[in-house]
Design a protein around this ligand. Structure first.
Ligand SMILES: Nc1nc2c(c(=O)[nH]1)N[C@H]1C(S)=C(S)[C@@H](COP(=O)(O)O)O[C@H]1N2
Ligand SMILES: [Mo]
Length: 327
């Protein structure tokens, strides 16, 4: 921790945290956890990577076991590279947005009761093969892979993590949307019995919904993630299956999906319904379009608390700029 560090943006890719470092970190923490546990209590509240290291990480990151756990870690797809170190698992796992459970970042403290099996994912609407998939049946039908992506929240914080999942394109191949489908609508569970905010903030437009155009949904970057850091998703990251669209603000990357519907008209979405002027349906990361209450020119890297310039399309322009060229 006291090693003199280069600033984040000066670290070349080859020096970025190697994958096996984050894989082994939990083992390392288990061994040293007892010794530093007491210090962890004293340090609680410090929003730094050090405080995450000192905390008891088994309490924070609970990896659920399932019939498809043995598929992790999956093959690494090295096409998707980072320009910055991977965020540590303990930092990412204790700083989440998941409004069904908490409007704070400490979602992990409020999510224990969430039930993950049985879990079904319904495919509906304008599609040749509508079907209700059991999540494990679906996961066995696709080839899981691991990709390193940056994720940029509209609140101007960012992280970089290894997701495990499969391209949404693969799902489209399986279920065959009709040519009349122009958008895909995705929906999170509605379960006020364990998602306390669906009970306490009953006036919000639950369930959470998000949507993409068909062109966005079939882009090679668009991932349905079932894992992170080489294992299944812990609850707070959106288990058992969530969307990742890395060139858009994080609110598009809907968690814990139960239904995917192909539709002709632009769907209503959670944040856009609540605050349309702040959460545009199209919502691509763009340093030049400020949020009404803050600039989007830079982003705060969680864990290190350094700032980097925001990149247009979060740095994924070579994959997606073509989608937006006209209009
Ligand atoms: N169902 C649901 N999905 C959600 C959210 C949410 O509140 N509910 N928050 C979104 C926001 S604003 C962000 S930034 C990302 C955060 O993902 P992470 O917690 O895994 O980093 O999840 C998105 N998906
Ligand atoms: Mo976000």
């Amino acid at each position: 921790m006291l090693i003199k560090k280069k600033r984040t943006w000066e670290i070349p890719e080859k020096e970025a945290t190697p994958e096996d470092a984050y894989m082994n970190r939990r083992g390392f923490l288990k061994k040293t956890g007892a010794y530093i546990g007491a210090a962890g209590i004293l340090m609680a509240g410090l929003n730094t990577e050090a405080s995450a290291l000192l905390g008891n990480d088994d309490r924070i990151i609970k990896v659920p076991g399932s019939p498809t756990s043995h598929l992790y870690p999956a093959r690494k797809n090295s096409l998707y590279r980072l320009d910055r170190p991977i965020t540590s698992e303990e930092v990412a796992g204790r700083y989440n947005n998941f409004y069904e459970f908490s409007s704070d970042k400490n979602v992990w403290m409020h999510i224990e009761k969430m039930r993950l099996r049985p879990w079904t994912l319904e495919i509906a609407g304008l599609v040749e093969k509508p079907k209700v998939y059991d999540i494990d049946e679906l996961v066995r039908k696709v080839a899981l892979e691991e990709r390193l992506y940056r994720l940029r929240c509209v609140e101007a914080w960012a992280m970089a993590v290894p997701w495990t999942g499969f391209p949404m394109k693969e799902l489209l191949r399986l279920v065959r949307p009709l040519s009349s489908a122009r958008y895909v609508m995705m929906r999170t569970f509605y379960a006020p019995e364990w998602a306390s905010q669906q009970r306490l903030r009953f006036w919000l437009p639950w369930p959470y919904e998000e949507g993409l155009t068909m062109e966005e949904a079939s882009n090679e970057l668009t991932l349905l993630a079932t894992g992170i850091y080489g294992h299944e998703l812990p609850r707070q990251h959106g288990a058992p299956i969530r969307l990742i669209v890395p060139w858009k603000y994080g609110f598009k990357s809907i968690k814990s999906i139960v239904r995917i519907e192909f539709v002709e008209r632009r769907p209503k979405t959670f944040w856009n319904t609540l605050v349309p002027q702040e959460y545009d349906f199209r919502a691509n990361v763009d340093p030049q379009v400020p949020h009404p209450r803050w600039s989007q020119a830079t982003e705060r890297i969680i864990g290190t608390e350094t700032r980097l310039p925001t990149m247009k399309f979060n740095g994924y322009g070579e994959y997606v700029a073509g989608i937006y060229r006209q209009g």
